[in-house]
Design a protein around this ligand. Structure first.
Ligand SMILES: Nc1nc2c(ncn2[C@@H]2O[C@H](COP(=O)(O)OP(=O)(O)OP(=O)(O)O)[C@@H](O)[C@H]2O)c(=O)[nH]1
Ligand SMILES: [Mg+2]
Length: 299
């Protein structure tokens, strides 16, 4: 009788400074967009779970908020999400932007390099880096305690296959944690809110994006092909409200139109998206507001 090939599985966290490309990598690894991406730092605020299942293996990825010194209660929640994601994992991807490795990246490389799990140091954005600079970087981190150092571009996919096979190779034997067709554990409502936030981050500048929170009030199926979604965009300063709405409502219209398109693709239905803008002074430091917006730990 033929031996059954053993099944391998495990939880793999993706950590690093803000804006290095963690969520872009998660989406690339899954081949589906489940995490929002923007060129503003601190885009991801919760741990985002994504599952990749093949015949012989299942990888459960945990994308995390960018590691930074928090200045608000929201920032503290984000950093707690990173610490929580690091509990009980089987492997770790530590990511830096190969073009901009600073002291904080090096501190993270050193700290994470001492952890006991299998770990890979991912040097991202090599589509932008000069070869000699990349070689210098690789040499400088060679003895940091990582099982592999993999240069790649999460954007172009260069190096992705190498990373995927090294991840599979570091998985222990284990069960299917999720049914084969699971992509994420995020509820539809949360993803809709994230899509709206992504469009807001894309179009708003300076300090405005950091103070945006989205509360999805309802996702209601009106008929077979039509869903009604109501959501409120919160800002934490009254002066930001008119910026978010824009001249004659033009900014809110663009955010709403772009979000609707993505949500329609996600739900495979026509969507009526109604957006409101409200001011909640200093919500990033207020417990109740954080809870309302989904930035509280489930105890
Ligand atoms: N050129 C280039 N840009 C990239 C690459 N990967 C990500 N980016 C860009 O880098 C920016 C940040 O990407 P994200 O995936 O949101 O970064 P993140 O690490 O998840 O950021 P936080 O959620 O804020 O911690 C976006 O503008 C991406 O398009 C890459 O390989 N090459
Ligand atoms: Mg992110």
């Amino acid at each position: 009788m033929q031996e059954k090939t053993p099944f391998h599985s495990g939880f793999i966290a993706i950590v690093g400074r803000p804006n290095v490309g963690k969520s872009t990598l998660l989406n690339a690894l899954l081949g589906e967009k489940i995490a929002i991406v923007s060129d503003r730092p601190q885009t991801t605020r919760n741990r985002i779970l994504g599952v990749s299942t093949s015949e012989n293996a299942q990888v459960v990825f945990l994308d995390t908020p960018g590691m930074h010194a928090p200045r608000t209660r929201l920032g503290e929640y984000m950093m707690q999400s990173v610490r929580d994601a690091l509990k009980g994992i089987d492997g770790l991807l530590v990511m830096v932007d190969a073009n901009a490795v600073g002291k904080q990246d090096r501190d993270i490389i050193t700290e994470m390099g001492m952890r006991k799990e299998k770990k890979i140091l991912v040097l991202n954005k090599i589509d932008l880096v000069r070869k000699d600079a990349l070689l210098g970087l690789i040499q400088s981190v060679a003895d940091s305690g990582y099982d592999h150092i993999i240069p790649l571009s999460a954007r172009t996919g260069d190096g992705l296959e190498t990373l995927k096979s090294e991840i599979i190779a570091m998985l222990p034997e284990g069960p299917r944690y999720f049914p084969d067709d699971t992509l994420t554990d995020q509820p539809e409502r949360f993803i809709c809110g994230e899509i709206i936030r992504e469009k807001a981050l894309m179009h708003l500048k300076d300090e405005v994006p950091h103070g945006i929170g989205v509360e999805v009030l309802g996702v209601k199926k009106i008929s077979d092909g039509l869903t009604q979604i109501d959501a409120t965009l919160y800002c934490d300063k009254s002066s930001h409200k008119s910026i978010i709405i824009g001249k004659h409502g033009s900014m809110l219209k663009v955010i709403g139109m772009e979000a609707r398109k993505d949500i329609e693709a996600l739900l495979n239905a026509h969507v009526n998206l109604q957006l409101w803008v409200k001011v909640r002074e200093d919500w990033r430091n207020r417990r109740d507001d954080l809870r309302t917006l989904g930035y509280a730990r489930e105890e």
